[in-house]
Design a protein. Structure first.
Length: 438
């Protein structure tokens, strides 16, 4: 921000009002603070009317008689670490008009919320104010209730933004604590990057699950939309069982395959780090933000513990897996919500833990499978296969051997769409082995 702007002595006098007790709201650091409102108007009476109208907000009021004085105070408050929460300004003021004040603030990248109150309500002025990011606008004369509603909306929006920023800061703090472990990922990825061209040429091998894991029973079906795609799955053996990972990268090009190669490397490295699904997603998301060029990734991570007979499902906006219970026979979708990966935004996951036993099955799939569609001949309407119908297909064939069940569901799904696909599609069936197979 620039230095304090000089102004004539005639306008240097300042009146500061601290007449009301504090209203509580959350700051960026979780402390309880009082909203600070600066009123810029060359009429002392108007300033008093505004403060009386906003008495229920119990705010800390400060005032300025012109745009220069308001600019000085905003700059000083920013430097002192106690910025204003809201600027209420008139347009027609001496020395520096309200719209000129706003333009100056925005040019200095000051994002203070602004409420304009003026009798100069022409369209040209309104367009200029909106362009400069004015939050709210009131024409004179106005009703005090309209003023209170506008201020309430602005402060609520600011509090919401502060909460988002606080959550983002907390996640950044957690990522910082994991920096040593993340460096292992980055070092491993640096080596993988040199082999990208070869990895892209062999993309289809990424969808093959190694069959050298003792006791593992699985069935895999996959078809890319083009020669290259973003669907990927893999299984790691762990000291207590298995970790399964499936991801769906947006797109069907080299970039999608590149990210699939990267995720394979990260997942294989996790064999040594043994992160849980949520921690793995946090680490992976950082790499995707840095290297994914804004690509969205949906993923699911299932940790199978054969000692404690539990399965922990963590989802990053991935379609819900289908769980087929062996005894008693029961089929249901496993709801596990979460935010997608690939963006620099707060992440949330709602992992689910299920009790499992020998013979239980999981069916995991990408959204390309449930998005298979057909045109109904009678109505001309588009019908999607959908998760519910896919779950019904699995349930109606649940007594068949795993390979037979997977083949049947796959073939019936493709028959539904007459073999036409609009996305990469993948279906994996996993059957829980006995505990002595670990």
């Amino acid at each position: 921000m620039p230095d304090i702007v000089a102004e004539p002595d005639a306008y240097a006098k300042t009146m500061v009002f601290h007449e009301y007790p504090a209203i509580t709201h959350s700051s960026d650091h979780g402390t309880i603070m009082q909203p600070r409102i600066l009123i810029a108007d060359d009429s002392f009476e108007t300033q008093q009317l505004i403060m009386r109208s906003l008495v229920t907000f119990n705010a800390e009021f400060d005032n300025a008689m012109n745009g220069f004085e308001a600019l000085n105070k905003i700059i000083a408050a920013q430097k002192n670490g106690s910025p204003y929460d809201l600027l209420i300004t008139d347009i027609n003021m001496p020395l520096l008009r309200g719209d000129e004040l706003i333009s100056k603030l925005r040019s200095d990248e000051n994002k203070i919320p602004v409420l304009v109150i003026t009798a100069e309500g022409d369209k040209s002025l309104l367009m200029t104010l909106l362009k400069n990011g004015v939050t709210e606008y009131l024409d004179k004369p106005y009703h005090p209730a309209d003023l209170r509603n506008s201020v309430s909306n602005i402060l609520s929006q600011a509090q919401h933004r502060d909460e988002i920023a606080r959550r983002a800061e907390e996640q950044q703090r957690q990522l910082h604590l994991m920096s040593h472990e993340l460096s292992q990922y980055e070092e491993h990825f640096a080596k993988i990057r040199q082999q990208v061209q070869f990895a892209i040429a062999t993309y289809r091998s990424l969808t093959l699950i190694k069959n050298d894991i003792p006791g593992l029973t699985y069935s895999l079906k996959t078809r890319p939309f083009h020669d290259l795609g973003g669907d990927f799955c893999a299984i790691n053996q762990t000291p207590s069982g298995y970790d399964f990972f499936m991801a769906d990268v947006a797109g069907h090009d080299i970039g999608a395959s590149y990210l699939a190669v990267m995720m394979k490397a990260y997942f294989e490295e996790n064999r040594n780090l043994l992160k849980c699904g949520e921690d793995f997603f946090l680490a992976l998301n950082r790499a995707l933000v840095e290297n994914g060029a804004g690509r969205m990734v949906c993923a699911v991570y299932i940790s199978i513990d054969l000692f404690h007979l539990t399965a922990t499902i963590s989802s990053a906006a991935h379609p819900t897996p289908v769980f087929v219970k062996a005894h008693p026979a029961h089929t249901a979708s496993v709801e596990s919500s979460g935010t997608p990966l690939g963006f620099n935004a707060p992440l949330e996951f709602d992992s689910k833990v299920l009790q499992i036993e020998n013979g239980d099955r999981f069916f995991i799939f990408t959204d390309g499978l449930t998005a298979l569609k057909k045109i109904d001949g009678a109505t001309g309407r588009t019908q999607l296969l959908g998760e519910q119908q896919l779950c019904s297909l699995i349930d109606s064939n649940k007594d068949a051997p795993l390979d037979t069940l997977t083949d049947t569901v796959w073939n019936e799904a493709l028959a539904f769409s007459r073999q036409k696909i609009n996305d990469d599609i993948m279906l994996v069936g996993l059957e829980i082995p006995g505990g002595n197979n670990v």
